[in-house]
Design a protein around this ligand. Structure first.
Ligand code: HEC
Length: 107
């Protein structure tokens, strides 16, 4: 019985470690979950991912500003960027990874 408990605990720990690593690195996954609804098509005035022109003056801001606007929300000239895209359960790191992915795809 003792070894079964230990095995179950080890599997649970391994699963947790894997999940954390995958989420931290997966900007594309976060984007597909939380950002694509607007940024996939330029809905509500959002800069469409892949549209270099729409991103041209945004990528000249430093990344910290873009992260801040994505995490805390941002009212710009084109519309309202909700904090974390409305997915307040996302960690700041997940949102940063999604911003990295979006900028990378739009330059
Ligand atoms: C409800 C629609 C909506 C969702 C969902 C959304 N955005 Fe936005 N986002 C906007 C709009 C609109 C703007 C443009 C605001 C402006 O410049 O007027 C914007 C702008 C941005 C910008 C540029 C900010 C700047 O300073 O120019 C970034 C970066 C960004 N969004 C990241 C994200 C990320 C990351 C997600 C997902 C976690 C996300 N957005 C989800 C609507 C959305």
């Amino acid at each position: 019985m003792k070894s079964l408990t230990a095995t179950v605990a080890a599997i649970a720990l391994a699963g947790m470690a894997t999940a954390t690593t995958a989420v931290a690195a997966d900007g594309k996954g976060v984007y597909n979950q939380a950002c694509i609804a607007c940024h996939g098509n330029g809905v509500a005035g959002s800069p469409k991912v892949g549209d270099k022109e729409a991103w041209a003056d945004r990528v000249t801001k430093d990344m910290d500003t873009l992260y801040k606007h994505a995490i805390e929300g941002f009212q710009g000239e084109d519309g309202v960027m909700p904090a974390k895209g409305g997915y307040t359960n996302l960690s700041d790191d997940e949102v940063r990874a999604a911003v990295d992915y979006m900028v990378q795809e739009s330059q």
